[in-house]
Design a protein around this ligand. Structure first.
Ligand code: AHR
Length: 660
């Protein structure tokens, strides 16, 4: 026998042995061995106004700097017109009498016709316009004598008019008045602009110059972008965490998130700078502000709309420790604690309570059923523990039923984490918020992170997680399949340990293609389009297949967490009477497994297999190929209590089988 023949024979023999060995591999699911309950809230979403997620994103306002409150009052606006002269536009500031919305614009017009005097707004990285869609323009104005007409129009980059309307303001005794006009667009354009032309002689004051598309979520006036909310609703998330994230803390305390300033009439919500405005020198966003058109009332409403539990996170008296790290002296913490108590009343109090009445007056007499509240975002150190103790005492003595979410800092390990995790567990914290922005390898090798956590101690909220293809906050990070499949593998460990891990959410949630600061992100949008990343589909598959009870799933009598690059978890759903098995093959070769389901009297003859798969770990979704990596469902034959699974390379399989 020559060497070549020997080599071929050996390879063939090993190949055969390998196939035989593969054939013999068995996964045993025991549906009568329940190891934990799955919380209804388990798989949720983390919302933060980062990457133009709110203003310029889900908050559907199309006019940037509508009330002239940005640092530069005319940012986003350009004045124009063949008859424009010095003094035609004046920014007035009434700080003393209108602290929340001090500025407005005075226009002195002598314009005889459209084109003589006007302004153009560039929108948030342009304005998305859809053919056939209605656009609703509104404005707050004041004029002593009738005289100035407003022509509003959307235009493309060549100046072609895509839709227009005219508004004849009345005098209304020189009082601030709101008026609106709607018009329909005749073309689809991704980056349009908005023109406001003046016609007639006179002086008119303007504020809150606003344009909304007609297809907002539930057709609410001044509402949210329908397609973005739909993507969330499709996930059936268990909770919505809001409003962040570092935005809760603010760069310094003066620009921390204060929920009371985000409710009531939109024109009275005091705008502040967005803390992501100047965070990254490589992605500057000087025009990034928070108008709070999406405020706490709308966050609660959004959660309710999509059947998710609201999870607000409040500032704990500390600014972002990556920035100034300002802290409120302990003796001055009361107003912060009062904000927390008042928020609970705002959400749950009846209409006879002061804050319950505010909610009722805003249009929601029924409570929002708040059950959880976060104190602090990524805060750490003894300063956090001191402040948290005061919050906890006050909240628990008035509202013992509210579960408090506490921070474990910025990382899932290290000194900050160890101090907080140990102290919070001693304090018997309800829920500890852990964050992991780590490499795909970390996610794979930490799939068993919670296997030995104390079942009777504090619960865990995996509050922010995302595999980073390069490194944390690097602009070159990608939402590629390698990251998503490593997350899928890691999530088997969260599901298996649902008795410890009560909730999980990917972060950040949204990114605007031209306006982002941080990547990777779960859902990407431009002015017209949207797509879910592979990471979105992973989270969605877990959420849609969460079941009610975790059950035993073993290979060679051991939990399946990385042996032979396979990761698995299983649940049953008592409502639909199904067993749901999730298996990840994180290797480049196909693997076969014989799945034996014990515990059920009988299994249905057919199940379904939902497959998320790609051979290329670098593959991504994109605006052009939005569902490149997306779930595909197929029937699956069940023989008795056996299922034969061929696990494709780099695949995430979800099997559902009815039980009798
Ligand atoms: O998700 C982006 C940021 O990451 C969050 O604002 C913060 O909590 C974390 O550092």
């Amino acid at each position: 026998m020559n060497f070549k023949h020997f080599a071929l024979t050996t390879v063939a023999t090993f190949g055969l042995l390998n196939v035989m060995a593969q054939k013999n591999k068995t996964i045993v699911v025991n549906t009568s061995k329940v190891t934990a309950q799955v919380q209804p809230e388990m798989w949720g979403v983390f919302f933060e106004d980062i990457n133009m997620g709110a203003d310029g994103g889900i908050y559907a306002e199309l006019i940037k700097n509508r009330s002239f409150e940005f640092y530069k009052p005319l940012m986003g606006w350009t004045t124009q017109g063949s008859k424009m002269k010095e003094g035609d536009f004046l920014v007035l500031n009434r700080q003393e009498s209108h602290a929340n919305n001090p500025r407005f614009l005075r226009v002195n017009s002598t314009a005889a016709k459209r084109g003589d005097l006007g302004m153009v707004n560039e929108g948030f990285r342009g304005i998305g316009v859809k053919k056939g869609l209605k656009y609703d323009f509104s404005v707050l104005y004041r004029q002593a004598a009738a005289g100035v007409k407003l022509h509003v129009e959307l235009i493309d980059s060549t100046g072609r008019v895509l839709g227009s309307g005219t508004l004849n303001p009345e005098t209304a005794g020189n009082q601030w008045t709101s008026q609106s006009v709607s018009f329909t667009a005749n073309e689809t354009v991704e980056k349009a602009k908005f023109n406001l032309w003046f016609e007639g002689a006179g002086k008119i004051d303007l504020d809150m110059i606003s344009l909304f598309p007609g297809d907002t979520w539930k057709n609410r006036k001044g509402g949210l972008r329908g397609d973005m909310v739909q993507m969330l609703a499709d996930m059936k998330p268990g909770f919505v965490r809001f409003p962040g994230g570092c935005i809760v803390e603010g760069h310094d305390l003066s620009v921390r998130y204060q929920w009371k300033k985000t409710i009531g009439p939109v024109e009275s919500r005091e705008l502040i700078v967005n803390r992501w405005n100047s965070e990254f020198a490589h992605r500057p966003a000087p025009d990034y502000y928070q108008t709070f058109g999406l405020g706490f009332y709308e966050y609660f409403q959004l959660s309710e709309d999509i059947g998710a539990a609201p999870l607000p996170i409040l500032n704990c008296g500390m600014a972002c420790q990556f920035n100034t790290g300002e802290v409120v002296p302990l003796e001055d913490l009361d107003p912060y604690i009062q904000d927390a108590l008042d928020l609970i009343e705002f959400a749950n109090g009846d209409s006879n309570t002061p804050w319950g009445k505010v909610r009722t007056d805003m249009g929601h007499p029924a409570p929002f059923n708040l059950t959880m509240l976060g104190v602090g975002n990524e805060n750490w150190g003894p300063q956090y523990l001191e402040r948290l103790a005061l919050f906890t005492k006050a909240i628990k003595s008035k509202y013992p039923e509210i579960k408090l979410v506490n921070s474990s800092g910025t990382d899932p390990d290290g000194e900050r984490f160890d101090l907080l995790n140990t102290s919070l567990r001693k304090m018997k914290a309800d829920i500890i918020d852990e964050h992991y922005y780590r490499s795909p390898e970390w996610f794979l090798s930490n799939a068993n992170r919670y296997d030995n956590y104390d079942r009777n101690g504090s619960k865990v909220f995996a509050g922010e997680y995302a595999a980073q293809s390069v490194a944390i906050a690097k602009p070159t990070n990608k939402n590629n399949w390698e990251c998503a499949i490593s997350e899928a593998a890691f999530l088997t460990g969260l599901e298996r340990n649902a008795g410890v891990v009560h909730m999980a959410s990917y972060a950040p949630l949204f990114a605007q293609a031209d306006g982002w600061q941080w990547t990777p992100d779960m859902i990407w949008v431009d002015n017209l389009n949207i797509y879910g990343t592979p990471n979105y589909y992973v989270q969605k598959l877990y959420s849609l297949n969460k079941g009610t009870d975790v059950v035993s799933i073993l290979g060679d009598n051991k939990i399946i967490s990385g042996q032979d690059s396979i990761y698995a978890s299983a649940v049953i759903d008592r409502k639909t009477n199904e067993v749901i098995i999730k298996v990840i093959n994180a290797s480049s070769v196909e693997k076969s497994r014989n799945v034996v389901v014990k515990g059920a009297k009988k299994l249905a003859a057919n199940g379904t297999l939902t497959l998320l798969q790609n051979q290329n770990l670098k593959a991504e979704n994109s605006f052009e190929n939005a569902i490149n990596i997306s779930p595909k469902e197929q029937p699956l034959a069940v023989k008795g209590n056996n299922v034969s699974l061929s696990l494709a390379p780099y695949s995430f399989s979800v099997v559902r089988i009815g039980m009798k």
